[in-house]
Design a protein around this ligand. Structure first.
Ligand SMILES: Nc1ncnc2c1ncn2[C@@H]1O[C@H](COP(=O)(O)OP(=O)(O)OP(=O)(O)O)[C@@H](O)[C@H]1O
Length: 287
């Protein structure tokens, strides 16, 4: 008998309505009863056209969008309507990496300050926080002296590595990744995607991976969920959904952004691995 693993996070018929200013204005319904679960150590890719509600689902999980119907459970606890203090406590377990590594890091703080802050405010001793920062920099393949520098001294890819390190500071169980590689050039994208995979294999963290790019989602996801106008129209195994979609909308998405042939993808993966192995042999990554 195989053990059934409990989901880490369950979105159960989640509705999000945004209030609209003005007399007699109806709120805008952005999510219309979305149900999705994410298992421990799993990556669920969330795709869909612009405005379909992907970011809003991520924000609802993070407590940043108002859940007006249904609920979101994390480790079997309803987290849809938490107070500030409970939400702050939950940030240990649920973290986020945003699209733009330029605006998501405080430009006035050194990388070490950015990474130690979440540890110091929760009572970690400074010496222990310093050790943790060194191990985090190592985990995202940045040199140890990166800690003394400011975000502006790094490339886009390196800044996204810093943002990933910050998300990892307190060993989260889930990271909401909202278009985390969209602002990066193609070769940097693939290195950062491989970093996400490597970190997951080492730590067992789960990802909700929001993207409009089907080749990205196929590369990193175990399962894919397709959103259309505030509803999930299809959820399933990543290869299945991106090669033989069942829903007409998913087929349209695929036609709009053709996914390379599986053999070409395998070649690309092999290329990436050769590249990463060569980089590892040469020293810390440059992006
Ligand atoms: N704070 C808000 N108030 C009112 N409407 C909002 C708010 N945030 C988002 N929306 C609306 O909700 C809808 C879904 O937006 P959302 O950002 O979740 O979509 P998305 O699929 O992530 O799109 P994109 O890929 O362009 O980021 C859009 O029509 C957007 O205008």
């Amino acid at each position: 008998m195989t053990a059934v693993q409990e989901p880490l996070l369950v979105a159960d018929r989640v509705v999000v309505d945004y209030p609209v200013k003005g007399w007699r204005q109806q709120p805008i319904r952005v999510l219309r009863g979305v149900s999705l679960d994410i298992g421990p150590g799993e990556t669920v890719g969330l795709v869909g056209e612009s405005g379909s509600g992907k970011t809003t689902l991520g924000r609802a999980i993070l407590g940043l969008a108002p859940v007006t119907g249904g609920e979101i459970r994390f480790q079997d606890r309803d987290i849809s309507r938490l107070g500030k203090r409970e939400r702050r406590a939950l940030s240990k377990d649920i973290q986020v990496v945003f699209q733009d590594p330029y605006s998501s890091l405080n430009p006035a703080k050194t990388v070490e300050d950015i990474l130690t802050e979440p540890l110091l405010v929760t009572g970690t001793a400074r010496a222990e926080a310093g050790r943790r920062v060194r191990s985090l920099l190592d985990a995202v393949h940045l040199p140890v002296d990166a800690g003394q520098r400011l975000p502006r001294e790094f490339s886009g890819g390196q800044r996204q590595r810093i943002a990933i390190a910050r998300a990892l500071t307190r060993d989260p169980k889930l990271i909401v990744c909202d278009e985390p590689v969209s602002a990066l050039d193609l070769s940097t994208q693939s290195r950062v995607l491989d970093l996400f995979i490597e970190i997951q294999q080492r730590t067992g963290v789960a990802y909700l991976f929001i993207t409009h790019d089907l080749s990205v989602v196929r590369h990193v996801s175990h399962r894919v969920a397709v959103m259309y106008r505030g509803e999930l129209v299809e959820t399933g195994d990543a290869t299945r959904v991106t090669t033989t979609p069942e829903h007409a909308y998913t087929r349209r998405l695929l036609l709009a952004a053709p996914v390379p042939h599986p053999r070409r993808q395998a070649e690309r993966r092999a290329e990436r691995h050769r590249f990463l192995a060569a980089q590892a042999a040469a020293g810390p990554a440059g992006s």
